[in-house]
Ligand binder design. Structure first.
Ligand code: XIL
Length: 499
């Protein structure tokens, strides 16, 4: 792995290591930050996959996956290479997960979850309460019976996936085109059904982001967009738990990319929710529309990621319109290149892109420092004063890292690379064994994937690019194991880098 440039190594041994400087620079402000950036020759090297390109600005790029296609190696090869977020296309919907009342079935959903999790890819849950794709027994219910069935369904499914998912589409497609509520059996249970769904969901799994998801809400001046906006505004003002809005972004000949898409995204975000493009497909994969929708997301700090609704055109629910980024043979289309180029030209982090759209309140949370230069150092816990250490100097893949009294040995020497890896012994990487709360942190052979990429933030936290969660230790003792957990601002999630 990259060592310190010899000029820095030899001449000024008492100087702080670049890895240390990177954290300090983030904290110290703009002038120091620019100095560090100037030292990095390849900080903005283009990424060659959608997921890696999106990760440069702290975002994800995902796809919908169908369990029935997981045996197709062209499909799985593209998916594992390009995407760092997965949505189950149908397998986590009510008809799939509760075919008979009280009898849950997670086999297809788990196939997708396990496939993704084994590759360090995060998963969005889709969807819990929806007028469509209900099992037959639910379709025939109404009133308080259906209300209870909805609550039971949310509890049953969320319990199974508790702590495992990045987000849930709690409610899907509840509005008419004119901004009124869609009439459905769920709406018939009372206008409060949506907030009841969200409150139930929050209680069922407090760790997962809760989203409202819909289509034709991309045009800011459209009635449906305004209707959904008013509901989110109302929820936020009354404390109904909601974290995100998913804009499906199915663009057809009739409803293509609106010029005000970015305004829609920033307006929702200004209510205090994240936004995401959740089911993107575009008639004939127009390159200008794909580039434009990508750029709109990149311009809004709280637009956290983009998911396309399938891999190849032949996998699409709209396959006759060839709306995806890969052709049926698995080749990347022109739209793929237009998306990749847009992602690669984004500023490094969402918080930094806040400066590009001053009308939008910047997102809360830590700002990531710019990619720091390569350098070697120890990672010291702010609360414990102890160092991140590979037990017994093991070089075995899968060895969980721990806190231990700092020393000068190689099992505590970490190198931060321009690819955001933290390497030890030259070829092993700090690696998250999963993306959920409590996932273990281990060493593993470096493989370039997002679960081995880390942001060193100006507030001392170290966040996983793949999970967005913070490195965290429950105890200050020697031997305390390191994990990832939701960032909470506490000292057990802060680290400094020292030589
Ligand atoms: C679609 C799937 O892609 C199809 O395979 C299925 O037959 C119907 O549903 N909005 C949504 C998605 O939220 O769940 C839908 O997915 C597409 C529209």
């Amino acid at each position: 792995m990259t060592a310190l440039p010899s000029a820095h190594r030899g001449k000024n041994p008492q100087k702080r290591s670049p890895i240390h400087k990177a954290l300090l620079a983030g904290a110290a402000g703009v002038v120091a930050t620019l100095t560090v950036v100037a030292m990095i020759p390849n900080a903005n090297a283009a990424a060659s996959t959608l997921g890696a390109a999106a990760a440069q600005s702290g975002r994800y790029f995902g796809t919908a996956i169908a369990a029935s296609r997981l045996g197709d190696s062209t499909y799985t090869t593209i998916s594992a290479r390009e995407f760092n977020m997965i949505t189950a296309e149908n397998e986590m919907k009510p008809d799939a997960t509760q075919p008979n009342r009280g009898q849950f079935n997670f086999s297809a959903g788990d196939q997708i979850y396990n496939w993704a999790n084994q590759r360090g890819i995060k998963v969005r849950g889709h969807t819990l309460a929806w007028h469509a794709q209900q099992p037959g027994w639910m379709q025939s219910l109404n009133g308080s019976n259906l209300r209870q069935a909805m609550i039971d369904h949310i509890n049953g499914v969320m319990a199974h996936y508790k702590g495992k998912l990045a987000a849930w589409d709690v409610v899907n497609e509840a509005f008419n085109e004119d901004g009124s509520r869609r009439s459905s059996n769920l709406q018939g249970t009372g206008n409060d059904w949506i907030e009841v769904a969200f409150r139930t969901a929050r209680a069922a799994d407090p760790s997962v982001k809760l989203c409202y998801n819909d289509y034709n809400i991309e045009n800011w001046s459209y009635g449906k967009t305004q209707g959904v906006y008013r509901m989110i505004q109302d929820f936020k003002s009354r404390g109904v738990p909601i974290d995100c809005v998913g804009l499906q972004t199915h663009f057809t000949g009739g409803s293509s990319l609106p010029g005000n898409f970015q305004t829609t995204l920033s307006s929702f975000a200004a209510l205090g929710v994240d936004v995401a493009l959740t089911e993107v497909d575009v008639t004939n994969a127009s390159t200008t529309q794909y580039a434009g929708l990508t750029q709109a997301c990149l311009n809004v700090p709280r637009c956290i990621g983009i998911t396309v609704w399938g891999v190849r055109d032949s996998d699409s629910w709209r396959s006759s319109e060839s709306p995806l980024l890969f052709n049926s043979g698995g080749g990347a289309k022109a739209a793929y290149t237009s998306v990749l180029n847009a992602l690669n030209s984004a500023t490094p982090t969402p918080s930094q892109s806040a400066t590009a759209s001053p009308s939008v309140p910047s997102s809360p949370g830590p700002s990531s420092s710019p990619p720091p230069p390569s350098g070697v150092g120890r990672i010291v816990g702010a609360q414990s004063g102890r160092c991140i250490d590979v037990p017994n100097a093991s070089q075995n893949n899968g060895t969980r890292v721990q806190l231990y009294d700092c020393n000068t040995q190689a099992n505590q020497q970490w190198t931060y690379t321009s690819g955001k890896q933290l390497t030890v012994y030259g070829n092993k990487c700090l690696d998250a064994a999963g993306s959920g709360n409590g996932s273990g942190i281990q060493i593993y052979s470096c493989n370039g994937q997002a679960n081995q990429q880390w942001n060193l933030n100006s507030n001392g936290t170290i966040t996983g690019v793949q999970s967005g969660r913070c490195l965290d230790v429950w105890s200050t003792a020697n031997g305390a194991r390191v994990q990832i957990y939701d960032c909470n601002g506490q000292a057990n999630q802060r680290f400094s880098l020292a030589q």
